[in-house]
Design a binder for this molecule. Structure first.
Ligand code: 13P
Length: 257
């Protein structure tokens, strides 16, 4: 059984005080996560990690970062290592987000170096993959997903691959208000799971969680997460308010698979 996981990617939003306010609001909403049967992860900006970590210490809410560097320490100005993220209280880290691929030169090769760095520091990587609009329109969606998976995960042992989470985030649906339909998302998720089965084993493919991301809102979360191969959501804009993020989590908890 794959446990549904709802993560909020706060991107470059929230000062420390704003992050504290949002976290306190979410704590009140999620005081009985156990009964919701979900995992909930908050991914604030680096500057707010420690404060959010302290606030959620006595709860089941978990902490994630938005990126990682592949070395554990060294003269790498501006970078943050897995060792540091662990130290700040993180259990998860987003790797290969499309905004990093688009604006900061992230490639499958860098993703491939970052995954082991996360794993050796005890962090669960949330590996983002997904096609952009022109790739979808050209009918290249599956080709892009194959490229991201095969090259991003290259060389990972079967033991390590079982520790990752994949987030399917079609770039054309991110921040645009254009969500993939539940059928489009399910088609991509099933493709990814079938590919994992081909590359690894059926058991591994059945156990890996695949989140959907791209304009997830309280209004569409239930139908998306109800799809058999969608195991949760990676939420951007709607994770920035207590009301919308907690409504998404509650919708997810109502899905019975
Ligand atoms: P939006 O939910 O704002 O579309 O962002 C999705 C995303 O990029 C999550 O990582």
């Amino acid at each position: 059984m794959r446990k549904t996981i709802i993560a909020g990617n706060w991107k470059m939003y929230k000062t420390i005080n704003e992050a504290i306010e949002l976290t306190n609001g979410l704590k009140r909403e999620f005081d009985c996560l156990e009964t919701l049967g979900l995992e909930v992860v908050l991914c604030p900006p680096y500057t707010a990690l420690s404060d959010v970590s302290e606030l959620i210490m006595d709860t089941d809410i978990q902490l994630g970062a938005q990126d990682i560097y592949w070395q554990d320490e060294g003269a790498f100005t501006g970078e943050v290592s897995g060792k540091m993220l662990k130290d700040a209280g993180c259990k998860f880290v987003i790797i290969g987000h499309s905004e990093r691929r688009q604006f900061f030169g992230e490639t499958n090769e860098t993703v491939n170096k970052k995954i082991p760095a996360a794993l050796r520091n005890g962090l669960t990587p949330i590996v983002c993959i997904g096609e952009n609009l022109s790739e979808r329109e050209k009918g290249a969606t599956f080709k892009v997903l194959t490229d991201h998976i095969e090259n991003g995960l290259k060389g990972l042992s079967t033991e390590d691959v079982q520790k990752i989470i994949i987030a399917y985030e079609p770039v054309w649906a991110i921040g645009t208000g254009k969500t993939a339909t539940p059928a489009q998302a399910q088609e991509a998720h099933k493709f990814i799971r079938d590919l994992l089965k081909k590359l690894y084993t059926d058991v591994i493919a059945q156990n890996i969680r695949i989140q959907y991301g791209g304009s997830v809102k309280p209004e569409n979360a239930f139908e998306l997460i109800k799809q058999p191969d969608i195991d949760g959501a990676l939420v951007g804009g709607a994770s920035l308010s207590v009301e919308s993020f907690s409504r998404i989590a509650k919708s997810a908890s109502e899905v019975k698979k």
